[in-house]
Design a protein. Structure first.
Length: 676
């Protein structure tokens, strides 16, 4: 500390009701760098108050306080924090070691607050503890150390970051006289060897005798200021040689690293395992409910969608719209307002959101069709209704060879496997049938017949043994011949269309557009809507249970954090005295709360997933008992759900920790240190 401490007309009063109680009543004092000052005086004379002001833990009511060029009387919170963290060492009467840290870790705390990495700070702490005679106690906890040993650790802690000034408030007050003498001898040695400025409060004459200068306070004023063995001139002469600290004091260090915040928070969580586990249990329950809700939502929705898709949920069935006639005439043939002509088909095919349009043309009732094979076999066949082969009710229409007649305008015939089997020569496979030219012979009821060329394009699995699917081209040819009307499609149009939308999202728009064109569209959408509504209701129900559980969990976290802060008030005071900023204290508690949430969320996620599996298992067992098979997973946890649940749980913890953490950060260090 190159500059002296200058105190002028320093005042500090406390309001007790209407009257001001003066702890300091105009103190003037100058302390040179390297001095060892004992601050003595009767109890209540203002010694601790002065020390707290020097430490920047308290603000004066008046006067000035200059410390190493810093106007501490008007410094803001940040400056005072930096002053403590970088320039100051504190030694307390009751040692104030952090109970859950070892001697080594306690000693290293100021370096941690200055952002020194763990390995380096612990090496430095070990070396220093060795120096104060505690090399054999590095890994002991404060409760395992004697008073004298604890105070030595505290001295090492005050010294570790090479402060310019050490403030000690009754450092021997809790020690027997022999141990007290050892501690004072150690302080004296530090002062002499390293030139650290020392200000020690004591009411013990013998302790004061170690100092070079004794300042006596009474009723908040300096009553006496005596230099006993001051060799300041000698010390300042040598300062350039002996006083330079081995590690230069760095200004504006990075502060407490986040990894150390996490480490501390985890350490603190382990201190109250039962309480924290119970608190996290609230989060666990909330997250289980939430995960179960969303995963079943996702799973069931997927399953419903999949089932609807196999029967063609994107399919829109378009019929012509029949005009309402004013007069009722039972004998008039139904007259469509607009026929589903090839022109209309291409118009619909060009609508946005339409993937493909399949016109359906039913063969006239009563038409008999026989299949004439190249080898002159004649086989009567049943022709499937338009579009029938495309939908699987029972799942028996798998294609076995070639292609199917499914979408768009097609031609050719697809044989059922039963029929194909009868046509196969030995050693032949279904594939050998594909491409064979055949003829279809259609017969009018009055006996006239006509042949239509075609070819086999595929073989598929089917129930019927004489069933064929027939392409649109052949159907149109047979129909126009039957009615004797070559322009049948242009005038009467197709019977109906199957319009496939690009995706489920475009179904509504396509329906509306087709409606505009004066056709009558229909879809399964209405059914899906109902299914989705039921699902949403279920989700809302589960969701409110989950939200309620998480709300209760958040209250639990907040309560736990408030209790932790109450228990650790003194530790917070110590951390502040050692130079932890408000921000760091707040972060410490928020991270702790966030970790409770995160850990609860993690366990909740796992249990939620297991619960999903269990319910899935039971549901499938039940469905199989009921004869329902082919149902997929009902509980699905996509990655976004897992990550979302974890993030949400952590967020709940952090939100619940906001208020307690702010409270901890606001704690007044002086009263926090006095907290029992
Ligand atoms: P010492 O350390 O010399 O015993 P203190 O500096 O602790 O004395 O206290 C000086 C005076 O200021 C005492 O009368 C004490 O009651 C009063 N005082 C100290 N802190 C407070 C406070 N936070 N509120 C009210 N009075 C206080
Ligand atoms: Mg005191």
């Amino acid at each position: 500390m190159p500059n002296p401490i200058r105190i002028s007309n320093l005042e500090r009063h406390f309001m007790r009701g209407e009257t001001a109680v003066y702890a300091l009543h105009g103190v003037d004092l100058t302390i040179q760098p390297g001095e060892f000052v004992a601050l003595v005086g009767p109890s209540g004379s203002g010694k601790s108050t002065l020390l707290n002001l020097l430490g920047g833990l308290d603000r004066p009511s008046g006067g000035e306080l200059w410390l190493n060029g810093l106007a501490l009387h008007s410094a803001d919170d940040k400056q005072r924090t930096r002053h403590r963290r970088e320039q100051l060492g504190f030694i307390f009467q009751s040692f104030n070691l952090l109970p859950k840290l070892t001697a080594l870790e306690n000693t290293a705390v100021p370096l941690m607050l200055n952002g020194v990495p763990k390995a380096e700070r612990e090496a430095r702490a070990a070396a220093l503890l060795e120096k104060v005679g505690l090399g054999h106690r590095l890994h002991h906890y404060p409760t395992e150390l004697s008073g004298g040993e604890q105070q030595r650790v505290a001295i090492a802690r005050a010294l570790i970051h090479n402060p310019a000034l050490i403030l000690a408030d009754e450092p021997t007050g809790n020690l027997d006289s022999a141990t007290g003498a050892e501690v004072m001898a150690l302080l004296q040695q530090l002062n002499q060897e390293q030139g650290i400025t020392l200000i020690v409060v004591t009411h013990d004459e013998e302790v004061a005798a170690y100092a070079h200068r004794i300042v006596k306070l009474r009723d908040g004023r300096v009553e006496d200021d005596r230099v006993t063995r001051w060799q300041g001139d000698k010390v300042t002469d040598d300062s350039s040689v002996t006083l330079s600290p081995p590690h230069p004091v760095t200004l504006s260090t990075p502060g407490l690293p986040f990894r150390d915040i996490i480490r501390s928070a985890l350490g603190n969580l382990r201190r109250r395992p039962v309480r924290n586990v119970l608190t996290a249990a609230g989060v666990v329950i909330g997250i289980i409910t939430l995960v179960a809700m969303v995963s079943f939502g996702v799973g069931v929705q997927k399953e419903v969608q999949r089932n609807f898709e196999t029967i063609g949920l994107e399919n829109i069935f378009v019929n012509p719209l029949f005009a309402e006639t004013d007069e009722f005439d039972p004998f008039a043939p139904p007259e469509p307002e607009r026929a589903l002509t090839p022109t209309a088909v291409s118009e619909i095919a060009q609508l946005p959101g339409v993937k493909i349009v399949t016109p359906i043309l039913d063969l006239p009732r009563g038409v008999n069709v026989t299949l004439l094979m190249a080898d002159e076999q004649v086989i009567p066949v049943r022709i499937t209704e338009g579009g029938e082969g495309r939908f699987s009710f029972g799942g028996t229409n798998d294609l076995l060879a070639g292609q199917s007649i499914d979408e768009g305008e097609t031609q050719g015939i697809v044989l059922s496997n039963g029929l194909a089997d009868t046509l196969l020569a030995p050693e032949q496979t279904y594939a050998d049938l594909i491409g064979q030219a055949v003829a279809l012979q259609a017969e009018l009821p009055r006996g006239e017949s006509q042949q239509f060329p075609s070819r086999i394009v595929g073989v598929r699995e089917s129930f019927g043994s004489r069933t064929i699917d027939l392409g649109l081209a052949e159907r149109a040819a047979i129909t126009t011949w039957w009615f004797g009307q070559p322009d049948l499609l242009e005038t009467e149009g197709y019977d109906r269309l199957i319009v496939r939308a690009e995706n489920l999202g475009s179904v509504t728009a396509v329906i509306e557009a087709i409606d505009e064109m004066d056709f009558a569209p229909q879809s399964f959408e209405a059914i899906l809507d109902v299914a989705n509504q039921v699902l949403s209701l279920l989700q809302a129900l589960l969701g409110s249970v989950g939200a309620l559980a998480l709300l209760v969990a958040a209250l639990g976290v907040a309560n736990t954090m408030l209790m932790a802060i109450y228990e650790r008030t003194r530790e917070i005071g110590v951390l502040k005295a050692l130079g932890a900023s408000r921000r760091e204290i707040r972060l410490l508690f928020m991270v702790e709360a966030g970790l409770i949430g995160l850990i609860g969320g993690f366990v909740g996620l796992i249990l939620g997933a297991l619960l999903g599996r269990l319910v899935d298992y039971i549901a499938h067992w039940y469905l199989i008992e009921e004869g329902v098979t082919g149902v997929g997973l009902l509980s699905v946890i996509p990655p976004w759900l897992a990550l979302g649940a974890l993030a949400f749980a952590a967020l709940i913890g952090i939100l619940a920790g906001l208020y307690p953490a702010a409270r901890a950060a606001r704690l007044d260090p002086v009263s926090a240190l006095r907290h029992e």
